[in-house]
Write a protein that binds this ligand. Sequence first.
Ligand code: HEC
Ligand code: HEC
Ligand code: HEC
Ligand code: HEC
Ligand code: HEC
Length: 434
Amino acid sequence: MKKTNIFLSFIAIATFVVALAGCTKPKDGAEGAAGKDANETCKLCHNANVVEAASTQYELSKHSWGEAAFAEAGNTGCGPCHESEAFKYVCANNTPSTFTLSTTTNKWTNDYASVSTAAYGEISCFTCHSSLHSTYGSADLPALTTVAPVSMTFFAGAKTINLTQDGGISNLCVKCHQPRPFTASGQNGRILNYDSLKNFPTDVFFDTTLTTNRLKPGYRTHTHYGTIGAIYAGVGFAGIEFPGTLSYTNSKHTTETSCQDCHMATVSGAAGGHTFKAEGNLNGCNVTDCHGAGTVTTSATDPYLGAVKTEIKGLLGQLAAKLQQGGREIMNRNADATTNLWYGHTTNNYDGYLNIYDPINNPTGSTTSFKANSTSGFSAAQIAFNNTLPKLMLTNAQFGSIINFQMCLREYSLGIHNYKYTKALLTNSIAILP
Ligand code: HEC
Ligand code: HEC
Ligand code: HEC
Ligand code: HEC
Ligand code: HEC
């Protein structure tokens, strides 16, 4: 479904390559018989339809205006997905997403990191387009930094996502838009064995009275924000696949479409193209042969869009309602539309964090929340207050369902990315909880 690239037809006329760094005409005018000069090759890209159009659209993209690249600058572990130079570093060095055991500390550390000399840079044209300005010629633009299969950090490299449609372009997106791993932070830092959550659902996962806890849940115990890649790849790649009435299958999107079909579709309003936004732009949906004879509409009951979102929103609400202990909810609510990136995605405005007291990150949920499992950094008054709160206890089924809730809320599209799989994950999680 790849669009014809208008730009490529421009390129065909350009054979003149200038290896210089300035838009001046070659000095030796006598040799310029072909009548082409540096300005002309520059104009292949530097014109209203190509670079200028993409740059203007890009201003609307959160890649451009988001603050994360500044906030996480200098951090080598966050860099591979947040900082341009770090992303290019892990691509160029094929940095593995494995964990390694340190013989001195006896702890496992995540290998998926850049080096500190490359831990900076805002996401820009040069992040995704690897060859810009390498020849200043026609071949510079189509090349992307990576389309290689993506070794998943969530599984410490044990699983690899490979979305081959449209030349694997989606792999570029998934390299960053993938969930982050849960580790046994209470023990040796090794990646959690997710299968044990599925295979022994009634076993205790966490109990403050035990010394064997693999992980001590806190407010920020989460899959991170980029779960889309995993949900999109679907069966075997995301979540805890509890057995249940629904079998795990993928929607057609997994194999028939690529991220840019919907996120870089022909511009409509403030979406499409290099805004990377899908919201409100149905140009990507209404492509011939995609949804039968029907046309996808913005109607709340549209079978391909509105109805799917309503159903998944309902299932998220049902799962959150079951995730409770002693009448207290385990999932956190946040009714602030500016800080909750999933505001409106559930009726109660869950944000995927846990309802655990944290004077810095979760001070307002305090009276209805659970006791924090670590009080380091708390004042004496905060510790005293923390001690009045009930302790959280979790079974494997509950912790697995928390992961599934986070995966399905934080894929952002309320099921559009992979409806069948999202529905099965949520439905079977709801059924397994008492
Ligand atoms: C294959 C496409 C392409 C060609 C050919 C090209 N550029 Fe660029 N250039 C870009 C892109 C993309 C950007 C980034 C635009 C942005 O950040 O909005 C850019 C940015 C620039 C900048 C801004 C500084 C920077 O590095 O971000 C300068 C200066 C520049 N180009 C000069 C030139 C000159 C001079 C030529 C011809 C010798 C040329 N470019 C040819 C694609 C191209
Ligand atoms: C280098 C890593 C990286 C790559 C590659 C990447 N993204 Fe992103 N993307 C991010 C980050 C990080 C953010 C959030 C930026 C922030 O908050 O500052 C983001 C934000 C977005 C958003 C806005 C999300 C929101 O909450 O509004 C969309 C949509 C998006 N990306 C789609 C894509 C698509 C489609 C591709 C592939 C063509 C892609 N991204 C490639 C890292 C990446
Ligand atoms: C495997 C890739 C990956 C890694 C590693 C990663 N992030 Fe992210 N992060 C993302 C993506 C993708 C998004 C944007 C998701 C979206 O909005 O759709 C994001 C979003 C965020 C946001 C939300 C930004 C906002 O707009 O509110 C914060 C904060 C953040 N990350 C912090 C961190 C920190 C801190 C680290 C390191 C400890 C880190 N991230 C490591 C992929 C990653
Ligand atoms: C998050 C990754 C990403 C970033 C950032 C990005 N691009 Fe692209 N760009 C793509 C992808 C993917 C394609 C489609 C490639 C294909 O279809 O072969 C593309 C295609 C293009 C094209 C070809 C024409 C078109 O629209 O199909 C141009 C021109 C272009 N990009 C310019 C830019 C400029 C200028 C910037 C910076 C302002 C930029 N890109 C930033 C991913 C990115
Ligand atoms: C079939 C169309 C389709 C495909 C394919 C698709 N998306 Fe989406 N995506 C959507 C829709 C629809 C939304 C929800 C937009 C809204 O908020 O209404 C969305 C939301 C998102 C968001 C949150 C952005 C926001 O503004 O809320 C990100 C990030 C994202 N998708 C990334 C991706 C990535 C990465 C891929 C490829 C692995 C992908 N998408 C493939 C349709 C699609």
